[in-house]
Design a protein around this ligand. Structure first.
Ligand SMILES: Cc1ncc(COP(=O)(O)O)c(C=O)c1O
Ligand SMILES: N[C@@H](CCCC[NH3+])C(=O)O
Length: 429
């Protein structure tokens, strides 16, 4: 049974009715299923168990401490991209020896913080950065382990704003520059280059981009070894897709059968950095209908109390999220895409929007849903990754609360912000 499922005309998370949670917490509210998070983590682990891959959960997808702790307790490592994410990973019980640190702009302060905590590895994205890491490690009297994040110039065939492995992207080091680093590796006295890292973008709906990148990396690996650099780790990044529409998408095994031969040939330990795959479909955002509105052109709007500040993906990437009433006698279609959303008997064709003062504050355009009334609850699905973490208090809207469901219990894992929280830290001068 799916973590989120309808029974008796009402939506459940595991064994808890969503409406029961909402009657305590109000809306908007993020709700996560512990079981779904663990199931997804273990699906990936199993698919890559032949090489005993180290899974470093990508904190940016969902950085709630309790979510991270579930994964830390299950043996996950962490992929962090800032001092703040490192702080969270450590607070959640993450082992420093399983924390990898990516990002194009690590500051000296962040590098020092990571060195003090003896993290596993830095994923290095430029010559300037490796020089700064070397200098910081010298000062700290330590040797930093690094992986070179390669930009292989491969199109991951995902949204332009979430593509990271093409030559025009800011991420990673191209193969020519990477070779120059290898040539002068000995000059970096306090850095050990022991890994190759690649992250192509997200979400990636085929194993092909990984395969194409790994072909290029195999040749580079050869050059590293010929130059006497002992590369022991291959970090294949994240990007594993989820279904946002209910359509079947490729599964961990489909990735691993194609990726693992490369790892074996390279004789490397595999590291991976999944985020969305683990948390995306493990969470929903629940919102209440504030108003129904219709203009003289016949256009209908459902205005709800969640907005782009709570879930930015539709506004930023035109991302598709399924949306359906929490309490309804109408079955949610098994598969729903922008094209399948046509006016059907008994359904309304509406734009589902938030109250923020931006025309892009739209969760769904021309979407067929059962008619809803003021106060009705809507579930926005697939919101567990890059939902709360990308939220803000734009328009001075307090950020939502987060709830974790574990079988028949639920717990508030982040309180709703208050108006006082909005001004905390500000000075009235
Ligand atoms: C370096 C790096 N690793 C891992 C991830 C996680 O990606 P995803 O959530 O698609 O698995 C990202 C985000 O795209 C990333 O930038
Ligand atoms: N934040 C994005 C993906 C980019 C992840 C970070 N490189 C999303 O919501 O899908």
């Amino acid at each position: 049974m799916d973590a989120f499922h309808y029974d008796g005309n009402t939506l459940y998370c595991e064994r808890v009715k969503i409406k029961d949670i909402v009657s305590e917490t109000g809306t908007p509210v993020y709700i996560y299923s512990k079981n779904a998070i663990l199931t997804r983590f273990n699906e990936l682990k199993t698919a890559f168990q032949e090489v005993d891959a180290t899974i470093c959960f990508s904190v940016k997808s969902n950085s709630n401490l309790s979510v991270c702790k579930i994964l830390a307790d299950e043996g996950s490592g962490f992929d962090v991209v800032s001092g703040g994410e490192l702080f969270r990973a450590l607070k959640a019980g993450g082992k420093p020896s399983k924390i990898v640190f990516a990002g194009v702009g690590k500051t000296d302060k962040e590098i020092q913080y990571a060195l003090e905590n003896d993290i596993f590895m830095f994923n290095v994205e430029s010559i300037a950065e490796i020089e700064h890491i070397n200098a910081a490690a010298c000062r700290a009297g330590k040797t930093a382990k690094v992986a070179l994040r390669i930009n292989p110039d491969i199109d991951a065939k995902t949204h332009a704003k979430t593509t990271t492995g093409k030559k025009e992207n800011k991420f990673g080091i191209d193969l020519i520059v990477a070779e120059t680093i290898i040539e002068k590796a000995k000059a970096y006295t306090n850095v050990t280059i022991c890994g190759i890292h690649v992250h192509l973008g997200s979400p990636i709906y085929s194993a092909d981009p990984y395969v194409n990148a790994l072909k290029k990396i195999t040749m580079f690996m050869e050059k590293c070894r010929n130059a006497g650099i002992n590369i022991q780790y291959l970090n294949i990044g994240g990007g594993y897709c989820i279904s946002y529409t209910g359509e079947k998408v490729i599964e961990p095994k489909d990735y691993s059968t194609q990726i693992l031969p490369f790892a074996k040939e390279m004789k490397c330990r595999v590291i991976m950095e999944p985020g969305r795959f683990i948390t995306g479909n493990s969470g929903i955002l629940v919102t209440s209908v504030i108003y129904n509105k219709q203009n003289s052109h016949g256009k209908k709007f459902v205005i709800c109390d969640a907005a782009m500040n709570d879930l930015l993906r539709p506004a930023l990437y035109d991302a598709f999220h399924r949306i359906w009433p929490v309490n309804t006698s109408v079955a949610m279609p098994d598969v729903e895409t922008p094209d399948t959303s046509v006016a059907k008997q008994g359904m309304d064709l509406v734009d589902i929007v938030g109250p923020v003062c931006e025309s892009s504050d739209v969760f769904a355009k021309d979407r067929a849903i059962p008619p809803v009334n003021e106060g009705d609850l809507l579930a926005i699905f697939s919101a567990g990754a890059y939902g709360f973490t990308m939220s803000s208090s734009y328009n001075s809207r307090p950020r939502s609360c987060e709830i974790l469901v574990d079988r028949d219990k639920y717990i508030v894992i982040r309180k709703r912000e208050t108006y006082e929280d909005l001004i905390a830290g500000e000075e009235l001068v």
